[in-house]
Ligand binder design. Structure first.
Ligand code: GLC
Length: 684
């Protein structure tokens, strides 16, 4: 059951697709405190209450015990105490044996979630805008809550099948020769590859919708030739448009008057990569239509995937904050700077970027009203994604494109995927990546992944290998790293054959992963789930923070620490462990419910399969087009007649109907492993 409660005058964010009239009674469970311009919802929590949700956020799967803030932020170097990341996913699920409900707070402004930080048994949700539509979701189980939330907010994005392949990315590929080299190095070593991301370096002067014509003399040809080799080029697009009279996007945007304005009616200007930029008012339909149309040249060049970035929006400095910084620095000039003075100097410069004051300096035209940016801040990135998605739909209504964004809000899960932002090459960020996955799925973001290997600082061979082992299970499997860090392509490392073998497992699992993904997307399910979603009565499972369910019948438990040759795993029921070393080299070890120490030397990683479920393993391939979808090995401990519903389609159709694409594969009782031929329906 879903009920709606209205506080103040809420802004229609477009996140909800199944609106309903608001309740007249007060919201149950919560005490509501109206304070000046803000509203506080207060809930008492039991000692054993668990809280899921908040999608992209730091810390554990259970969000309890800390404070978070929905305020989309460009937070390079995000550590445990950061209260905001790049996205705002305002859904919480409170779970204890005698009480279960979800609460979705639909408001695009700042919201603080104090989940036992100030006081351990108290949850407080502070609506800083003083208004919101609040949805209460009550269902008998956790999975039903997730499904109900999806029916409220709409079907998750469907990525094309090729987007489930391995993607290589790096900030710094600046020419056709460099991109081709990446492709060649993979192909010659038989490291599977389906895509290469082009970061800002392909652009001319970091300007959207341009490319450096010297470095990429014939981009359409390059795109075509790479596609013949089954590799997609995936360019980045940023939110800011440089203020330059020689920039076509700027000039046409000025003509159409699409940029965000300051109170005096002039364009708001702030710097990003190309220097001073203006920002499209993506909240307006007309702006989205204009922006979506700008992708046309890249689409005509043959591009089929894009990543949108810096769309919190990230602001290096505004004209105003730069001026303030200079003034503060000048005021300190000549002083004898001690503890305080040095701090002030640093603060003066640091305060320029993503300054809260700047987010109050510009306005949107939204639903016929002028709205100050900070009131709708968290909608900006999602609206950019929407602009792109609408543009792609207008260009080719019958085709799926790859699209993923850094910033997001609920609703954007219908239009694209996301990546987890600028992580670091830290073991703690490997763990964080795992922990975010189930909460992202709960919030509808099924197509997601992290920068494998870590984006910032220098990775190590073993860290990258362990990241890849987790990446095998992530829909977006992308190795990405920052400029000036250690080069991180698989072929740079002495253990590249091991890493190649790890990626090969992904390709062997591809038909199964794709099937599980599509079933989750079309059936309002989750690919990754906290263990509690499958074992709500098992307190050990409910408290597990380093293992997650994957697909209908599996669990993953990656190695997350350096120099480990294995790890402890908790099995909530009997399972078959598949210990992979490559697509063709694995052990099958039945394990009983309980605790196990599992040997997992570097290069080995496990997948646990529930009893009476089987995982399909294909022969794999070097790209997704090469993966055989008819011949499989079934791996599973099956003691009674069962079946697997395998989803297959053309990989690009936009509105597949679930039932039409399922092949039911009967699985009689078997000894862990059997060969099977499952022809596609309609074939002889
Ligand atoms: C941002 C993105 C990162 C990208 C960089 C340069 O930091 O998060 O992925 O490589 O910008 O475009």
């Amino acid at each position: 059951m879903i009920r709606k409660y209205v506080f103040g005058e809420p802004i229609d964010t477009g996140a909800v697709v199944a609106d309903q009239p608001a309740e007249k009674d007060p919201i149950p469970y919560f005490e509501v405190l109206a304070e000046e311009e803000q509203i506080r919802l207060r809930l008492r929590m039991d000692p054993d209450e668990v809280v899921f949700g908040l999608g992209e956020s730091v810390r554990g799967i259970n969000k309890r015990g800390h404070r978070y803030r929905s305020w989309n932020s460009d937070v390079f170097n995000h550590t445990e105490e950061r209260d905001s990341l790049y996205a705002s996913h305002n859904l919480l699920v409170f779970f204890r044996p005698d009480r279960l409900f979800g609460i979705y707070v639909d408001d695009p402004g700042a919201i603080t979630w104090d989940l036992g930080y100030t006081q351990m048994d108290l949850a407080e949700i502070l609506l800083e805008n003083g208004a919101a539509s609040v949805w209460l979701i009550e269902e008998p189980g956790l999975r039903e809550i997730a499904a109900a939330f999806r029916s409220l907010t709409g079907r998750s994005y469907l990525a094309p099948r090729w987007a489930f392949g391995y993607i290589q990315s790096r900030w710094g590929y600046a020419s056709e020769a460099e991109v081709r080299k990446v492709a060649e190095e993979h192909r010659k070593r038989h490291i599977p590859l389906d895509g290469i991301c082009m970061d800002i370096d392909y652009m001319q002067d970091y300007r959207n919708f341009t490319w450096n014509r010297e470095a990429f003399p014939d981009l359409p040809r390059t795109v075509r030739e790479m596609k013949q080799d089954h590799i997609h080029l995936i360019p980045i697009i940023d939110a800011g448009i440089p203020v330059r009279e020689d920039d076509e996007t700027y000039v046409s945007g000025k003509e159409k008057d699409v940029f965000c304005k300051k109170a005096d009616g002039s364009d708001f200007v702030a710097a990003v990569w190309p220097g001073r930029c203006v920002f499209p008012d993506f909240l307006r339909k007309e702006t989205r239509a204009w922006f979506g149309e700008r992708y046309r040249e890249l689409l005509e060049a043959g591009m089929e995937g894009f990543w949108n970035d810096m769309n919190e929006p990230a602001l290096f400095y505004s004209d105003e904050s730069l001026q303030e910084a200079f003034e503060k620095v000048r005021a300190l000039q000549g002083e004898n700077l001690g503890l305080e003075g040095t701090g002030q100097l640093k603060d003066a410069v640091n305060a320029m970027a993503n300054n809260p004051e700047d987010y109050r300096r510009f306005y949107h035209r939204f639903n016929g009203r002028t709205v100050r940016h900070d009131r709708v801040h968290n909608l900006f990135g999602a609206s950019m994604t929407r602009a792109t998605a609408e543009g792609l739909r207008a260009y080719a209504p019958d085709r799926r494109f790859l699209l993923f964004s850094r910033s997001s809000f609920i609703g954007a899960h219908r239009d694209g995927g996301i990546w987890q932002g600028d992580n670091f090459s830290w073991w703690s960020h490997l763990r964080l990546a795992l922990q975010m996955l189930p909460n992202l799925n709960l919030c509808g973001f099924l197509y997601c992944g992290c920068d494998l290997g870590g984006f910032g600082c220098n990775t190590t061979e073993d860290l990258l290998e362990r990241f890849l082992q987790l990446g095998v299970f992530m829909p977006l499997m992308r190795n990405h790293s920052a400029l000036h860090t250690r080069e991180q392509e698989i072929y740079r490392f002495s253990i590249w054959p091991m890493m190649r073998d790890t990626v090969s497992v992904r390709y062997a699992l591809l038909p199964y992963l794709y099937s599980e993904y599509m079933k989750a997307a079309l059936g309002n399910g989750m690919l990754f789930r906290p263990l509690a979603f499958d074992y709500p009565e098992d307190r050990r499972a409910v408290g597990t923070e380093d293992q997650v369910m994957w697909g209908e019948g599996c669990m993953i438990a990656p190695v997350l620490t350096q120099n480990a040759a294995g790890r402890y795993v908790y099995l909530p029921e009997d399972m078959l462990m598949i210990r992979f070393r490559s697509a063709s080299d694995y052990d099958l070890i039945p394990l009983e419910k309980g605790d196990h120490y599992v040997e997992l030397p570097l290069g080995a990683f496990p997948l646990f399969v529930k009893k009476n479920h089987a995982v399909l393993l294909s022969r794999g391939g070097e790209h997704t087009d090469e993966v055989d979808e008819e011949h499989f090995i079934l791996l599973g401990q099956v003691t009674e007649d069962t079946e697997y519903a395998l989803y297959r389609d053309d990989g690009v159709g936009v509105s597949p109907i679930l039932a039409e694409h399922l092949t039911r594969i009967p699985i009689p009782p078997q000894e862990n492993r059997s060969e099977r031929f499952c022809p596609r329906p309609g074939r002889n």
